[in-house]
Design a binder for this molecule. Sequence first.
Ligand SMILES: Nc1nc2c(ncn2[C@@H]2O[C@H](COP(=O)(O)OP(=O)(O)OP(=O)(O)O)[C@@H](O)[C@H]2O)c(=O)[nH]1
Ligand SMILES: [Zn+2]
Length: 349
Amino acid sequence: MSDPRATARAIDALRRGWPIRIGALALLPVETADAGRLAAFDPEGIAPLLLSAGRAATLKLANQREAAEPDAPVLIDRAPWLDFAMATALADPQLDLATPMKGPFRALPLIAAADAAAALRLARIAGLLPAFFAQPAGEAEVTITPADIDAHEDATRLTIAARARLPVAHAEDAEIVAFRTPESPGEHVALLIGEPDGRAPLVRLHSECLTGDALGSLKCDCGPQLDAAIREIEASGWGILLYLRQEGRGIGLVNKLRAYALQDQGYDTVDANTRLGFAIDARDFGVAARMLELLGQRTVRLLTNNPAKVAGLEAAGIAVVERVPHFLPPNPHNEKYLATKRDRTGHQL
Ligand SMILES: Nc1nc2c(ncn2[C@@H]2O[C@H](COP(=O)(O)OP(=O)(O)OP(=O)(O)O)[C@@H](O)[C@H]2O)c(=O)[nH]1
Ligand SMILES: [Zn+2]
């Protein structure tokens, strides 16, 4: 039996810097632990450092391993100079330019590959840098399995928690519906606009962007896209805006801001994510499909430039009968961001 509650406890432990166990690996998170915790976790100073493939490639360590899979995590041997401060520098790309690398570092054969991959996934879910000290022995606050993480992320656990009329600036005839699972703190929301008229609704999947949605950031197109989506759905007669709590394409606000800091050093949005050790897009649109199902809609017209959203919904059983482009004029701050979407992530712009 998988236990999503155990995953919630593991996330809490990681955010507080305590060790957890996933399957065969005891894991201490680099971002939130400290040198004292490391000494207690690994008194002999032998636990290697677990990093993502993207991070290891950035550090020129990926080519050392014999891994069959290019995305497999990488274990870095615990050389005497790999102390807590050095681990932090290896984990956090913001320090790449500031920290002269000591080294040399050596990649070890990966043990417990599935558990190691699950650890990196859990770091992303917890909004932390994907880096751990990892060893078979060692005390842990909580023990989980990779299946427990799947259960925690299982969109079928989503239910409607509350609904109410919500007139908004660009759609006075609207209703808000909130969805949640027992363990995830962020509630997803649907804004139902207009009255169903027998046609497939015009649907927009909007991923949370605090900087763009609430603060008017000019670095991306999220704020204007959100605004325009509500207007377009209203003008179309009826439809649904899904507001998904997938900040930073699923890496969380803090990691997105780290990506922004890397962008200030000249990396684009794709390379910034890779240097941090994350997938280019960590979102799972199964949650959106589940929300549409709970709202009784299995056929939609989708407002997007992103083919991955169409594919994601269709893979989860929603028929997308039409893709409606959703392009807003660029500004001087987001021109490069939009060009990267077009040139590197397959957006149809
Ligand atoms: N990791 C990361 N996330 C970003 C960055 N800029 C914006 N985001 C996030 O990207 C998401 C915006 O995605 P969407 O508005 O769904 O846009 P999209 O996937 O490009 O697709 P469409 O707009 O539908 O064509 C939000 O969660 C933002 O927080 C960035 O530089 N790095
Ligand atoms: Zn944005």
